[in-house]
Design a protein around this ligand. Structure first.
Ligand code: SAM
Length: 304
């Protein structure tokens, strides 16, 4: 098992397949990418880089973006990744707007599970957050993903002060009724800027409440996040990255940007390693492995 200089094992890779998106969520961290990066990797390039990661025992792959389903070749990308020896799981985070169209094909191609971003059940607030009128298609996407057998389907809800923090119970009911897991995510930002101060809300009170509502609490390996198993059914996961040393301590992933850079941390862009450039120039597997190891060497907990 590959470990970084802080002893953290590497188990997963989070790949952005495009920066293009059909929504404009005002709080989006763009997966820490610079919006000026326009280049995208081909399915074969993504497959090759995943095979390098898998050769070090990294078996879990998460696809993100931008909006991954805007890639016309997304099904091919999933299939190619799934065919890499050593890959055990391919998952995706999507805004869900195009999911009903793709759910069955993605499942057939080998996608295991999916996270769908949905911050609110109120259409007007959805429009305010995303700038779009696609609420109904997201809900259809969630249902279709579940019908297609993607398991689990999770809803990603970023908690935003004054906007959706009052919707916790409605979201729990919605998730429970539709047999999906609710994942509540703390608004994260590398800078405590005006937007952060306006919308960031701590999750202490919500966790206290969830603990009271739960029959048991389990801890997930990745980031040591808690999963609350609610009395009467339903599960809620809580993701708390900000100033959370435990979140970083139990981070086991490396990132790959949409333009083919290995990225050791969401919040930093000063330590990237270009891997697709050398690949395009004919680098051997050994050379690519060295680049991969260099990126792992650069991993450092952001909140120490
Ligand atoms: N377009 C896809 C989607 O909506 O899931 C994938 C990209 S999006 C950047 C991935 C996830 O990051 C979404 O669940 C989104 O809500 C979350 N996210 C974006 N900006 C965030 C922020 N500032 N704090 C916390 N989560 C954020």
């Amino acid at each position: 098992m590959l470990r970084d200089p802080y002893g953290r094992p590497l188990k997963s890779i989070r790949i952005s397949v495009t920066q293009r998106c059909n929504l404009k969520c005002f709080y989006c961290h763009l997966e820490g990418e610079d919006p000026s990066w326009k280049d995208e990797m081909t399915p074969n390039e993504i497959q090759k880089i995943v095979s390098i990661a898998a050769s070090f025992g990294i078996g879990r792959v998460k696809l993100t973006g931008g909006e991954p389903l805007l890639r016309k070749d997304i099904v091919e990308i999933v299939e190619k990744i799934r065919n890499v020896p050593g890959v055990e799981e391919v998952s995706m985070t999507t805004n869900g707007t195009l999911l009903s169209k793709y759910a069955y094909d993605l499942k057939k191609a080998g996608l295991t599970r999916v996270n769908v971003s949905l911050d609110t059940l109120v259409k007007e607030k959805y429009r305010q957050i995303t700038g779009a009128d696609t609420f109904d298609s997201v809900v259809s996407g969630i249902l279709e993903a579940r019908n297609a057998g993607l398991n689990p389907v999770k809803i990603n809800m970023v908690l935003l002060k004054g906007l959706n923090e009052d919707e916790l119970f409605e979201m729990i009911d919605f998730a429970r009724e539709n047999d999906v897991i609710l994942q509540i995510i703390e608004f994260e930002s590398p800078y405590e800027n005006e937007m952060y101060r306006k919308y960031h809300v701590g999750l202490d009170a919500i966790e206290e409440l969830l603990a009271k509502m739960s029959e048991r609490i389990t801890i997930r390996e990745m980031h040591h996040r808690k999963r609350y198993h609610l009395r009467g059914g339903g599960e809620v996961e809580v993701v708390r990255p900000m100033h959370n040393t435990e979140f970083c301590r139990y981070c086991n992933r490396i990132r790959l940007t949409s333009n083919g850079r290995l990225k050791p941390c969401l919040f930093r862009n000063d330590n990237l390693i270009d891997i697709v450039g050398p690949l395009r120039k004919g680098a051997t597997d050994d050379e690519l492995k060295k680049l991969f190891l260099e990126a792992v060497k650069r991993r450092k907990p952001y909140f120490e």
